[in-house]
Design a protein around this ligand. Structure first.
Ligand code: PGA
Length: 252
Protein backbone atom coordinates (compact mmCIF):
# COMPACT_ATOMS: atom_id res chain seq x y z
CA UNK A 1 0.00 0.00 0.00
CA UNK A 2 1.47 3.32 -1.05
CA UNK A 3 0.96 5.83 1.75
CA UNK A 4 2.35 9.31 1.01
CA UNK A 5 4.61 10.45 3.87
CA UNK A 6 3.08 13.21 5.97
CA UNK A 7 5.23 15.60 8.02
CA UNK A 8 3.31 17.93 10.31
CA UNK A 9 4.52 20.84 12.42
CA UNK A 10 2.64 21.67 15.59
CA UNK A 11 3.62 25.21 16.52
CA UNK A 12 1.74 25.07 19.84
CA UNK A 13 1.52 28.47 21.59
CA UNK A 14 4.50 29.98 19.79
CA UNK A 15 4.84 32.82 17.27
CA UNK A 16 2.84 36.02 16.86
CA UNK A 17 0.98 36.59 13.57
CA UNK A 18 3.89 38.37 11.81
CA UNK A 19 6.37 35.76 13.07
CA UNK A 20 4.13 32.97 11.82
CA UNK A 21 3.84 34.59 8.38
CA UNK A 22 7.60 35.01 8.13
CA UNK A 23 8.20 31.38 9.10
CA UNK A 24 5.54 30.08 6.71
CA UNK A 25 6.95 32.10 3.81
CA UNK A 26 10.46 30.82 4.46
CA UNK A 27 9.20 27.26 4.71
CA UNK A 28 7.34 27.54 1.40
CA UNK A 29 10.57 28.67 -0.29
CA UNK A 30 12.53 25.80 1.25
CA UNK A 31 9.83 23.30 0.24
CA UNK A 32 9.85 24.29 -3.46
CA UNK A 33 11.59 21.06 -4.51
CA UNK A 34 10.08 18.68 -1.97
CA UNK A 35 9.00 15.45 -3.60
CA UNK A 36 6.34 13.04 -2.56
CA UNK A 37 5.89 14.36 0.98
CA UNK A 38 2.84 16.16 2.31
CA UNK A 39 3.64 18.97 4.72
CA UNK A 40 1.29 20.57 7.22
CA UNK A 41 1.81 23.36 9.74
CA UNK A 42 -0.52 24.14 12.63
CA UNK A 43 -0.07 27.66 14.05
CA UNK A 44 -2.30 29.29 16.67
CA UNK A 45 -5.90 30.06 15.69
CA UNK A 46 -4.93 33.73 15.31
CA UNK A 47 -2.25 33.01 12.72
CA UNK A 48 -4.27 30.48 10.73
CA UNK A 49 -6.06 32.98 8.43
CA UNK A 50 -2.77 34.89 8.02
CA UNK A 51 -0.61 31.99 6.88
CA UNK A 52 -3.13 29.95 4.91
CA UNK A 53 -3.05 32.38 1.95
CA UNK A 54 0.81 32.38 2.08
CA UNK A 55 0.98 28.64 1.43
CA UNK A 56 -1.84 28.41 -1.11
CA UNK A 57 -0.95 26.33 -4.17
CA UNK A 58 2.19 24.87 -2.55
CA UNK A 59 2.85 21.48 -0.95
CA UNK A 60 2.47 23.11 2.48
CA UNK A 61 -0.99 22.85 4.02
CA UNK A 62 -2.34 24.33 7.23
CA UNK A 63 -4.31 23.02 10.15
CA UNK A 64 -5.61 23.99 13.57
CA UNK A 65 -4.37 22.57 16.87
CA UNK A 66 -7.82 22.04 18.33
CA UNK A 67 -11.50 22.86 17.81
CA UNK A 68 -14.77 22.88 19.68
CA UNK A 69 -17.38 20.38 18.54
CA UNK A 70 -20.41 22.69 18.44
CA UNK A 71 -21.08 24.53 15.20
CA UNK A 72 -21.66 27.91 16.84
CA UNK A 73 -23.20 29.36 19.98
CA UNK A 74 -22.49 30.87 23.36
CA UNK A 75 -19.18 29.08 23.97
CA UNK A 76 -16.82 31.84 25.00
CA UNK A 77 -13.28 31.40 23.77
CA UNK A 78 -13.98 28.46 21.47
CA UNK A 79 -13.58 27.99 17.70
CA UNK A 80 -15.64 25.60 15.55
CA UNK A 81 -14.65 23.28 12.72
CA UNK A 82 -16.63 25.41 10.25
CA UNK A 83 -14.67 28.50 11.31
CA UNK A 84 -11.38 26.69 10.78
CA UNK A 85 -12.50 25.38 7.40
CA UNK A 86 -13.51 28.93 6.39
CA UNK A 87 -9.87 30.05 6.73
CA UNK A 88 -8.98 27.61 3.94
CA UNK A 89 -7.28 25.19 6.33
CA UNK A 90 -7.57 21.48 5.63
CA UNK A 91 -6.48 19.80 8.85
CA UNK A 92 -7.09 19.78 12.57
CA UNK A 93 -5.16 18.12 15.39
CA UNK A 94 -7.48 16.43 17.87
CA UNK A 95 -6.74 14.98 21.32
CA UNK A 96 -3.15 16.18 21.65
CA UNK A 97 -1.73 15.01 24.98
CA UNK A 98 -1.30 18.62 26.14
CA UNK A 99 -5.06 19.11 25.66
CA UNK A 100 -5.73 15.87 27.53
CA UNK A 101 -3.26 16.79 30.30
CA UNK A 102 -3.98 20.49 30.88
CA UNK A 103 -7.46 21.07 29.47
CA UNK A 104 -9.39 17.99 30.52
CA UNK A 105 -9.81 16.52 27.02
CA UNK A 106 -11.50 13.12 27.23
CA UNK A 107 -11.97 10.33 24.69
CA UNK A 108 -15.69 11.21 24.59
CA UNK A 109 -14.83 14.81 23.66
CA UNK A 110 -12.31 13.60 21.13
CA UNK A 111 -15.03 11.53 19.48
CA UNK A 112 -17.36 14.57 19.24
CA UNK A 113 -14.54 16.72 17.86
CA UNK A 114 -13.76 14.09 15.23
CA UNK A 115 -17.40 14.04 14.18
CA UNK A 116 -17.64 17.81 13.82
CA UNK A 117 -14.33 18.03 11.94
CA UNK A 118 -15.43 15.40 9.44
CA UNK A 119 -18.80 17.11 8.94
CA UNK A 120 -17.03 20.41 8.24
CA UNK A 121 -14.70 18.76 5.71
CA UNK A 122 -11.57 18.98 7.86
CA UNK A 123 -9.07 16.13 7.92
CA UNK A 124 -8.46 15.05 11.52
CA UNK A 125 -5.14 14.07 13.05
CA UNK A 126 -6.00 12.04 16.12
CA UNK A 127 -3.26 12.00 18.77
CA UNK A 128 -2.88 9.11 21.16
CA UNK A 129 -0.15 7.99 23.52
CA UNK A 130 0.67 6.67 26.95
CA UNK A 131 2.32 8.46 29.89
CA UNK A 132 5.59 7.30 31.43
CA UNK A 133 3.76 5.78 34.41
CA UNK A 134 1.41 3.89 32.11
CA UNK A 135 4.35 2.52 30.12
CA UNK A 136 6.19 1.49 33.28
CA UNK A 137 3.05 -0.28 34.47
CA UNK A 138 2.90 -2.09 31.10
CA UNK A 139 -0.42 -0.48 30.24
CA UNK A 140 0.67 1.03 26.91
CA UNK A 141 -1.49 -1.15 24.67
CA UNK A 142 -4.47 -0.99 27.01
CA UNK A 143 -4.34 2.84 26.96
CA UNK A 144 -3.91 3.04 23.18
CA UNK A 145 -6.71 0.55 22.67
CA UNK A 146 -9.07 2.68 24.75
CA UNK A 147 -8.05 5.98 23.13
CA UNK A 148 -8.53 4.58 19.62
CA UNK A 149 -11.68 2.53 20.29
CA UNK A 150 -13.47 5.26 22.26
CA UNK A 151 -12.27 8.06 19.98
CA UNK A 152 -13.42 6.28 16.82
CA UNK A 153 -16.60 4.88 18.34
CA UNK A 154 -19.68 5.09 16.12
CA UNK A 155 -17.80 5.93 12.92
CA UNK A 156 -17.82 3.95 9.71
CA UNK A 157 -14.56 3.61 7.81
CA UNK A 158 -16.04 5.64 4.91
CA UNK A 159 -16.33 8.65 7.27
CA UNK A 160 -12.74 8.18 8.42
CA UNK A 161 -11.09 8.03 5.00
CA UNK A 162 -9.01 11.17 5.73
CA UNK A 163 -8.12 10.19 9.30
CA UNK A 164 -4.47 10.36 10.32
CA UNK A 165 -3.33 8.78 13.59
CA UNK A 166 -0.41 10.21 15.53
CA UNK A 167 1.27 8.06 18.16
CA UNK A 168 2.92 10.39 20.62
CA UNK A 169 4.23 8.81 23.83
CA UNK A 170 3.66 11.57 26.39
CA UNK A 171 7.07 10.95 27.98
CA UNK A 172 8.78 11.73 24.66
CA UNK A 173 7.07 15.06 23.97
CA UNK A 174 9.36 18.06 24.41
CA UNK A 175 11.70 16.02 26.59
CA UNK A 176 14.42 15.13 24.10
CA UNK A 177 13.68 11.45 24.79
CA UNK A 178 12.60 9.64 21.65
CA UNK A 179 10.98 6.23 21.87
CA UNK A 180 13.48 3.66 20.60
CA UNK A 181 13.05 1.95 17.25
CA UNK A 182 11.64 -1.25 18.77
CA UNK A 183 9.12 0.65 20.89
CA UNK A 184 7.91 2.67 17.90
CA UNK A 185 7.78 -0.35 15.61
CA UNK A 186 5.86 -2.43 18.13
CA UNK A 187 3.27 0.29 18.79
CA UNK A 188 2.72 1.25 15.15
CA UNK A 189 2.26 -2.39 14.21
CA UNK A 190 -0.18 -2.79 17.09
CA UNK A 191 -2.14 0.31 16.04
CA UNK A 192 -2.52 -0.81 12.45
CA UNK A 193 -3.72 -4.22 13.58
CA UNK A 194 -6.12 -2.57 16.03
CA UNK A 195 -7.62 -0.35 13.32
CA UNK A 196 -7.85 -3.49 11.19
CA UNK A 197 -9.83 -5.27 13.92
CA UNK A 198 -12.13 -2.27 14.47
CA UNK A 199 -12.76 -1.62 10.76
CA UNK A 200 -10.99 -3.71 8.13
CA UNK A 201 -7.43 -4.55 7.23
CA UNK A 202 -7.90 -2.82 3.90
CA UNK A 203 -8.83 0.42 5.69
CA UNK A 204 -6.01 -0.02 8.22
CA UNK A 205 -3.49 -0.33 5.41
CA UNK A 206 -4.70 2.93 3.91
CA UNK A 207 -4.49 5.24 6.92
CA UNK A 208 -1.31 7.02 7.86
CA UNK A 209 0.17 6.61 11.33
CA UNK A 210 2.62 9.32 12.39
CA UNK A 211 5.15 9.22 15.20
CA UNK A 212 5.58 12.27 17.44
CA UNK A 213 7.83 13.07 20.39
CA UNK A 214 11.22 14.80 20.10
CA UNK A 215 11.50 14.22 16.34
CA UNK A 216 14.53 16.05 14.97
CA UNK A 217 16.75 16.08 11.88
CA UNK A 218 19.07 13.57 13.59
CA UNK A 219 16.44 10.87 14.16
CA UNK A 220 13.85 11.33 11.39
CA UNK A 221 15.53 9.00 8.93
CA UNK A 222 15.58 5.98 11.19
CA UNK A 223 12.01 6.68 12.29
CA UNK A 224 10.81 6.89 8.68
CA UNK A 225 12.56 3.60 7.94
CA UNK A 226 10.23 1.80 10.33
CA UNK A 227 7.65 -0.14 8.34
CA UNK A 228 4.44 1.27 9.82
CA UNK A 229 5.66 4.84 10.37
CA UNK A 230 4.13 7.08 7.70
CA UNK A 231 5.31 10.45 8.90
CA UNK A 232 5.92 12.63 11.92
CA UNK A 233 4.18 15.17 14.11
CA UNK A 234 6.90 17.60 15.09
CA UNK A 235 6.71 20.21 17.85
CA UNK A 236 9.89 22.08 18.84
CA UNK A 237 11.89 21.28 15.69
CA UNK A 238 9.11 22.62 13.41
CA UNK A 239 9.44 26.17 14.72
CA UNK A 240 12.67 26.81 12.83
CA UNK A 241 12.16 26.36 9.06
CA UNK A 242 15.86 25.58 8.48
CA UNK A 243 15.57 22.69 10.92
CA UNK A 244 12.10 21.59 9.86
CA UNK A 245 13.11 21.32 6.20
CA UNK A 246 15.77 18.76 7.17
CA UNK A 247 13.00 16.64 8.68
CA UNK A 248 10.75 17.13 5.64
CA UNK A 249 13.61 16.15 3.30
CA UNK A 250 14.50 13.10 5.39
CA UNK A 251 14.89 11.10 2.17
CA UNK A 252 17.97 13.04 0.97
P1 PGA B 1 8.06 17.77 20.32
O1 PGA B 1 6.44 17.84 20.30
O2 PGA B 1 8.49 17.44 18.90
O3 PGA B 1 8.50 19.14 20.75
O4 PGA B 1 8.44 16.69 21.26
C1 PGA B 1 5.67 16.94 19.57
C2 PGA B 1 4.20 17.25 19.73
O5 PGA B 1 3.78 17.62 20.84
O6 PGA B 1 3.41 17.11 18.77
Amino acid sequence: MNRIPFIAGNWKMYKTGPEAVETAERLVTLCADVENVEVMIAPTFLSLPLITPCVKGTCVKTGAQNLYFEKEGAFTGEVSAEMIRATGSEYVIIGHSERRQYFGETDANVCKKLKSSIHAGLKPILCIGETEIERNEEKTFQILDKQVSDGLKSFGSDELKDLILAYEPVWAIGTGKTANINQVEEVHQYLRALVGRLFSMDFACRIRILYGGSVKPENIRELMNIKDVDGALVGGASLDPEKFIKIIKYYL
